[in-house]
Design a protein around this ligand. Structure first.
Ligand SMILES: [Zn+2]
Length: 361
């Protein structure tokens, strides 16, 4: 190391030269502490100073970082971002959302300044961020196979009602986009049992927006949450028990038409496909190509298949009645076994209703 370089470095230290930060560090033998060149601490005596090119070198030589200029931290320009990042970590690691005053104090800022800076950097307020973190924990626990109530309590919610009331509304989204994605929507739901497993029926004030099936009711709730991430979910609604009963009844004894008010949400193309599916009589099937032809888009068989796969209203929009041109069942969003079961039962009920008609003649 040249003598001239040391002379320049010493000049930078005496001048508190921020331009020299990041280029080298100086340590004071008498205190055992190393600093950035810009550090405002009292200038040491030249004979006690040694220079280092990096934090590693200074550490390796046995020096500790200065608490004032934090030479082992991020550069000062990134300091605020660093403090916000620390606040984020603190929120993530706390089961209960830390108070704003606690977070602000940790960051060394006023509450007002911290709140503004946090929102600017993260895109949501500390409170919204805390809710999002808690929600993440619920999702992680659910993905882990925990029961909904365990996941909800484990993540720090006071009750599952509290979770449905406040959870899952701000997930990784800025408040503006979350509002626009229908956060003001309330979705009520209820779960019933059929021979095909658990069935969930959910709806808005406009009508039923989801009918889904799975062996595990907890998974159904999680999927509902995923499909309507911004909505407020309210479970066990008595009004919905009646709709569930209608759907369960149809699964057990299929007949033409499941008369439910539907709130169908999809693209224009999807809605055309779904309407065509509703025209397929109970006991009959159609191929993807036939549906494509019926909606006047004969080349769109694959898009028809995709629309069937994204149908959220099982049974009410009978995507199970669409099969391949060669008669193979093809896929089904809720499992091929359920598709086969539904079709078999519908075929039988169609035969018996024809026999009844004949007998009545
Ligand atoms: Zn220092």
């Amino acid at each position: 190391m040249s003598e001239q370089q040391d002379v320049d470095r010493w000049a930078s230290v005496l001048g508190n030269d921020a331009q020299a930060d990041g280029k080298f560090l100086y340590a004071v033998k008498t205190t055992g502490i190393y600093c950035r060149p810009s550090c405002r601490s009292r200038p040491p005596r030249r004979e006690n100073v040694v220079f280092f090119a990096s934090v590693e070198e200074a550490k390796h030589a046995g020096f500790r970082p200065c608490k004032r200029c934090r030479p082992d931290g991020l550069p000062r320009s990134a300091d605020k971002a660093d403090r916000i990042a620390r606040a984020c970590r603190l929120i993530q690691e706390s089961e209960k959302a830390p108070q704003l005053s606690v977070l602000a104090e940790q960051a060394g800022m006023s509450r007002f300044h911290f709140h503004r800076l946090f929102k600017q950097a993260v895109g949501m307020t500390p409170r919204q961020y805390a809710i999002a973190c808690r929600d993440e924990r619920v999702r992680a626990a659910l993905a882990d196979g925990q029961r909904v109530t365990d996941a909800v309590f484990g993540a720090g919610y006071e009750s599952s009602g509290h979770f449905y009331a406040v959870g899952s509304r701000s997930l990784g989204m800025a408040p503006e986009s979350y509002r626009s994605q229908g956060a003001d929507h309330v979705i009520r739901f209820a779960i019933g049992e059929t021979r095909l497993g658990a069935i969930l029926v959910a709806g808005t004030t406009r009508g039923i927006c989801a009918i889904t099936m799975c062996d595990d009711p907890d998974v159904l709730i999680k999927q509902l949450q995923d499909s309507f991430a911004c909505a407020e979910l309210i479970g066990g609604d008595p009004e919905f028990e009646a709709h569930v009963a209608a759907v369960v009844g149809f699964v057990e004894r299929p007949a033409n038409g499941l008369d439910l008010p539907l709130d169908i949400q999809g693209t224009v193309f999807q809605q055309r496909v779904w309407r065509a599916l509703q025209q397929i009589p109970c006991g009959e099937t159609a191929s993807y190509t036939e549906i494509a032809e019926r909606i006047g888009a004969p080349k769109a068989a694959r898009a028809v298949a995709r629309s069937c796969a994204s149908n959220l209203l099982a049974i009410a929009i009978p995507c199970h009645r669409v099969v391949r041109s060669d008669g193979e069942l093809s896929g089904y969003r809720w499992g091929i076994a359920r598709k086969r079961d539904l079709l078999d039962r519908e075929a039988k009920s169609a035969v018996s209703s024809r026999e009844q008609t004949t007998a009545a003649d």
